[in-house]
Write a protein that binds this ligand. Structure first.
Ligand code: NAD
Length: 333
């Protein structure tokens, strides 16, 4: 049994967390949950958005599954998620985008993963006003930052049996910063002759993704492009309800759905638990339980394909927990 930190989160978080816990328990996942709070719930209970006890639990267990968190406007945090990434140096953001039969999308056969650098680039928000009428933002890209994210992408490709890594950049214009990213990508690629390597300029990448996304496999890119392209990719495969994610560092990893806490649906037991269940599948693979991960993934794929016991965003009328129960039944079949 592996102890995992579980943060149910705010809004719809607790509902999708309950559904996911039920599925993992039925699958026989070798996990024991340590439930802690963050976000609005934590603020109410303990007066802190990100209590020390929560940080200590993640530090101790090294792996967390997390529901969405509401960052109250004007709370002093830019975002609790960004704070968590900083605290644990979670430098890799992993965002798979896969089409599933039964989930409405414009494409078929998409199965790609965006690997986004999480710590540098314009997204780090190093900016200031220059007088009242101008502003400056500083884009920092380091060899160390590039090397670890690109190596992460190649190692991921090897581990998951993927065939190609595409480095995404704007090195034709930003010759220093993105130029360094591309140069390091080419150097690291030479260490992995078994994985095909190519690069794309980010604007061309966006066009290619909407024209022929099935050609792409693992995409690695600096922070800001990753922020944008990963949402584009979620849109290719049916949107936020089915988009899982992970933020991974040298020895700590936090798995979470991409969507937010959708407060208007909180407590209604009607939202889609798929993104949270898929995040848990990623977590199971990460902790070395690939057979259980596959069992859950296969059952969820079947429930989506059948389309009978799915939530309203997928065209069905099932409650969150009913969809989870259908996944559990599919595992028994
Ligand atoms: P959101 O993702 O919460 O909701 C946008 C819309 O997407 C919802 O109205 C709903 O229609 C749909 N949706 C989202 N998840 C769904 C699901 N599981 N099933 C069915 N439909 C779903 O985005 P928002 O409204 O911009 O943000 C709400 C709050 O969430 C904000 O406080 C924001 O800061 C926070 N947020 C947190 C995270 C995170 O913790 N990772 C990510 C994004 C937003």
């Amino acid at each position: 049994m592996r102890k995992i930190t579980l943060i149910p989160g705010d809004g719809i978080g607790p509902e999708i967390t309950e559904a996911t816990k039920a599925v993992l328990a039925a699958a026989g996942a070798p996990v024991e949950w340590e439930v802690v709070l963050a976000g609005e719930n934590a603020l109410k209970e303990s007066g802190a958005l990100l209590p020390e006890e929560t940080l200590a639990s993640i530090r101790r267990n090294k792996v967390a599954l997390k529901g969405p968190l509401t960052t109250p406007v004007g709370s002093g945090f830019r975002s609790i998620n960004v704070a968590l990434r900083k605290e644990f140096d979670l430098y890799a953001n992993l965002r798979p985008a896969k089409t599933y039969a039964g989930v409405k999308s414009r494409y078929a056969g998409v199965d790609l993963v965006v690997v986004r650098e999480n710590t540098e680039d314009l997204y780090a928000g190093v900016e200031h006003m220059v007088g009242e009428d101008a502003a400056e933002s500083i884009k920092i890209i380091t060899r160390k930052g590039c090397a670890r994210i690109i190596r992460f992408a190649f190692d991921y490709a090897v581990r998951e049996g993927r065939r190609k890594v595409t480095a995404v950049h704007k090195a034709n214009i930003m010759k220093c910063t993105d130029g360094l990213f591309l140069k390091v990508a080419q150097e690291v690629a030479a260490e992995y002759p078994q994985i095909e390597f190519e690069d794309r300029i980010v604007d061309n990448m966006c066009m290619q993704l909407v024209q022929k996304p099935e050609l792409y496999d693992v995409l690695v890119m600096p922070n800001l492009y990753g922020d944008i392209v990963s949402d584009l990719c979620a849109g290719l495969v049916g949107g936020l309800g089915v988009a899982p994610g992970a933020n991974i560092g040298a020895d700590i990893a936090i798995f979470e759905p991409v969507h937010g806490s959708a407060p208007k649906y909180a407590g209604m037991n009607r939202v889609n638990p798929t993104a949270m269940i898929l995040s848990a599948v990623m977590m199971l693979r990460y902790i070395g339980a690939p057979a259980v991960a596959e069992k859950v993934h296969r059952a969820l794929t079947e429930v989506l394909r059948e389309g009978k016991s799915v939530t309203s965003d997928l065209g069905g009328s099932a409650a969150t927990m009913e969809m989870a129960e259908a996944v559990i039944r599919a595992m028994r079949d």
